[in-house]
Design a protein around this ligand. Structure first.
Ligand SMILES: [Zn+2]
Length: 608
């Protein structure tokens, strides 16, 4: 078995067409080689273990091959190919930028670039994990990358493209490597298994492929480990054991118990799983994944997303038939919340058990909220809501002066015992209390009358307000926002200072506002000009109450104002004014504009 331990290296692809799952890249590279249109710098991006370095090495070998096949592959027989395959070629330089990320490392690389290759056509520089280079190293690299000698080719590889400087990106031909799909991984593993004459279940290979999440290197090393651990027989059971994966059968059992609302069985099952050494968060996560797979089974189109071991699909479909989508989604929700809170939970086991309790009562909860398969909508509180609504309607209608009747008859609700009863003749002032003469009715109507009475009180309050406001205070005037005018604004400010004075506000503030110059800037914006910062602050303190008053008088919530310092000449000397650093700076540059030029040239920042 010893020879198998290195399958990741042993089965590293040697030609473009053996690279797994990156056909879009290998085809492009082959065509570029055939047409002699090679770029001088490449950037290979993509997740780890998907073949970036492998492709870089194949590219290096192929372009140096003296006998390229018509398909654009290396011949693997010429002296250059042989030295590449042995790892003895001098035309390939690999730099791991993760550990050599300083300027000096890059400088020595740039030094090397100056020497032409002694044999072969090209020298290839592979810089792995290029995003780890320091900013200064990047800069040292830029010039060479832009104008490399004709024999030099750079291949930069990274897992984090977003960390690469745009200046580098723009100089490279970029190739995005894809995650290797589960199917591709399984096929590749199968090939290796066949070559090594090892027995392996397809299900086991699928589990390995799923676990490796598109990283071929991981898949191969997992396979290596399981082969050595199982003595050459890879099956589903020893694979899940080795990978510490919970068998799906447990999830099938668990969902069954939960669906049957058998809490005891569910808790016992979790205990059993826990005893096997599976941590709670793994169970939550695994169960959520399981439910996700069940959910995709519910829809014929989404079913292709079903990512399970071969032979299990039928079981998933059958289980999906017995579960409603609502139930699955609610369960996923509970699981998701539980997973998020898992870290915080002090008693992890209890935390999982609580989630199981929630899940087992979920079915009941759903049944409660549905009636005959239909979700019960909230009952409308008909009379109270209806009355309010009608009251607003009648406001818009703008009834004749005398009519204080806001309640109009609604034909659809003849049974409602409200003030709209025939007691009220149209066009005749009626106080609402009159309506509620004792009515011999059932208990129900008493409640209704009570709620109606409540509304009646509200209405009469509104009446009072309307009477106070008089005729001019119509609905339209409430709704329409008015623009600022100087005349009304001055009046408002006067009113405000008067009120402020009455309320015992500071005399200084009152006089400041009175003496401030007001300038109307737009329909909703004006400015106060004051002579000092103290005055500015004192007006600012009253800003919210003044704005409130303006909102009310103009019905315009967009109104705003600011308080500015009046530009003064020759007054600075008269009395000392406390200036902030920025103000001092601005004063300075007003007098000596060169100071700003100096500041900009020296790239100085204001320290305030
Ligand atoms: Zn060759």
């Amino acid at each position: 078995m010893d020879k198998f331990i290195v399958s990741a290296r042993k089965y590293r692809p040697q030609e473009f067409n053996t690279v797994v799952g990156q056909a879009h890249i290998t085809t492009t590279l082959k065509n570029a080689i055939k047409n002699n249109q090679l770029a001088h710098a490449f950037l290979f991006c993509g997740p780890r273990g998907v073949g970036k370095t492998t492709c870089a090495r194949i590219l290096a070998k192929t372009i140096n091959c003296t006998n390229i096949t018509p398909e654009g592959e290396a011949c693997n027989t010429c002296s250059s190919c042989i030295s590449f395959n042995d790892g003895g070629s001098l035309n390939i330089h690999e730099l791991d930028a993760a550990s050599n990320n300083s300027v000096d490392d890059i400088r020595s690389l740039v030094e090397q670039v100056r020497f032409a290759p002694q044999a072969g056509k090209y020298k290839i520089y592979i810089v792995d994990e290029v995003h780890m280079l320091s900013a200064s190293a990047f800069n040292a690299f830029l010039k060479t990358l832009e104008e490399p000698p004709s024999y030099a080719i750079f291949i930069l590889a990274t897992t984090e493209k977003h960390k690469i400087l745009p200046t580098i990106l723009s100089r490279c031909q970029i190739f995005d490597f894809k995650r290797i799909t589960t199917n591709d991984t399984v096929e590749h593993l199968q090939e290796i298994i066949d070559k090594e004459h090892i027995k392996a279940d397809k299900a086991a290979l699928q589990i390995i492929a799923q676990k490796s999440e598109g990283c071929m290197r991981d898949a191969l090393s997992i396979l290596d480990k399981i082969v050595s651990f199982s003595g050459g027989e890879v099956d589903y059971q020893n694979t899940i054991e080795h990978l510490n994966i919970l068998d799906h059968d447990y999830y099938f059992k668990l969902i069954q118990h939960l669906k049957e609302q058998d809490l005891a069985a569910a808790l016992l099952l979790f205990d059993e799983i826990n005893r096997k050494g599976f941590e709670g968060d793994m169970v939550l996560n695994g169960f959520a994944e399981f439910l996700r797979n069940i959910l995709v089974c519910k829809d014929a189109k989404a079913a292709q997303l079903l990512d399970v071991v071969e032979g299990m699909q039928e079981k998933y479909y059958a289980t999906a038939q017995n579960l409603e989508i609502g139930y699955i989604i609610s369960s996923l929700n509970i699981l998701n919340e539980a997973e998020l809170a898992y870290k915080m939970a002090r008693n992890k086991k209890l935390h999982i058990e609580l989630s199981l309790i929630k899940l087992s009562f979920l079915q009941q909860a759903i049944e409660l909220s549905t009636q005959n398969g239909q979700i019960v909508k909230k009952k409308l509180v008909d009379d109270a809501v209806g009355l309010k609504f009608r009251a607003i309607q009648s406001l818009q209608v703008k009834p004749p002066k005398e009519a204080k009747l806001f309640v109009e008859q609604e034909p659809k609700q003849p049974a409602t015992k409200t003030i709209t009863s025939p007691y009220i003749p149209e066009e005749k002032p009626v106080t609402t209390t009159q309506v509620f003469e004792p009515k011999p009715e059932t208990k129900k109507s008493v409640i209704q009358t009570a709620s109606s009475q409540k509304n009646a009180v509200k209405k009469s309050l509104l009446d009072v307000l309307r009477e106070k406001a008089g005729d001019k205070y119509t609905v339209e005037s409430v709704k329409e926002a008015e623009p600022l005018t100087m005349e009304r604004l001055t009046a408002c400010i006067e009113l405000f200072t008067k009120k402020l004075d009455e309320a015992g506000g500071k005399i200084s503030t009152v006089s400041t506002i009175q003496s401030a110059r007001v300038e109307l800037i737009s329909e909703i914006y004006f400015k106060f000009y004051v002579p000092s910062i103290t005055a500015q602050k004192s007006i600012d303190q009253e800003k919210s109450s003044l704005i409130d008053l303006l909102y009310n008088s103009f019905n315009n919530s967009a109104i705003n104002f600011s308080v500015e310092l009046e530009e003064q000449e020759g007054q600075e000397e008269d009395r000392p004014v406390l200036l902030s650093s920025r103000e001092r700076y601005e004063l300075m540059i007003a007098q000596f504009p060169m100071i700003k030029v100096l500041k900009d040239k020296l790239k100085m920042e204001l320290d305030i």
